[in-house]
Ligand binder design. Structure first.
Ligand code: CA
Length: 222
């Protein structure tokens, strides 16, 4: 049975969460205070944790950051009454795996929890080259510890390069793989996106320039 730690100070919300997840067969441990959850986590790591943001003795995002700084890979779902983009982005930046804005339906909560647990139990992929970490089932890439803010196409290109590093990927292959049948885009499209991708990688680590251009052939990752 998967154990879930819930950190939530609102009794009504906590009750909803506990009820919804227990009904699905999960074992719940409920804390209302940040210090309580922190103490619990040092003794025992659950299968997943759900943290509220606003707590009587602090901010759930702080605990999230502390855990990630300590190298914990515990699947984390953040709950917040504030649905502002800032909170969501901040939560994910700090290492939360998913985010649910209040009010949420118990059914959605259960679906998110299941998805996170499935993802956590998936076999760990082979290590990606040179400081890249592929996260959230491939929807997010971290470079030198920083989450890259990529467009869909940039993410597609980088994922492709990461999947077969050192291999030279021709513009046509990349175009096919990332743009598919949207045929009105030409070779220049790939170059343009590689350029913006490079700029984003440089912004993180100016000294590393992992994307190599092979004149007349294409691109590779080193
Ligand atoms: Ca709260």
């Amino acid at each position: 049975m998967s154990e879930i730690l819930l950190l939530e100070d609102d009794p009504a919300i906590a009750q909803t969460v506990v009820f919804a997840l227990q009904r699905e067969g999960f074992a719940l441990t409920h804390c209302s205070w940040l210090h309580e959850a922190r103490a619990r986590l040092t003794q025992h790591e659950p299968a997943l944790a759900i943290f509220d943001v606003g707590l009587p003795d602090g901010n759930g995002l702080d605990l999230c950051r502390e855990l990630r700084a300590a190298g914990s890979r515990l699947p984390l779902l953040m709950l917040s009454a504030r649905s502002e983009e800032l909170d969501r982005v901040l939560g994910l930046e700090l290492g939360a795996d998913d985010y649910l804005a209040k009010p949420f339906s118990p059914r959605e909560l259960v679906a998110r929890v299941r998805a996170l647990l499935r993802r956590a139990q998936a076999p760990v992929a082979a290590p990606a080259p040179q400081g890249f970490v592929i996260e959230a089932g491939g929807s997010r890439i971290r470079f030198q510890g920083q989450v890259l803010d990529l467009t869909r196409r940039e993410l597609g290109l980088l994922s492709r390069l990461l999947a077969a590093p050192q291999r030279i990927h021709s513009r046509e292959t990349l175009l096919d793989a990332v743009w598919g049948h949207e045929a009105d885009s030409g070779d220049r499209t790939v170059d343009t996106h590689i350029k913006t991708l490079r700029a984003k990688l440089r912004a993180v680590a100016p000294e590393l320039d992992p994307i190599r251009t092979h004149r007349g052939l294409g691109y590779s990752l080193e």
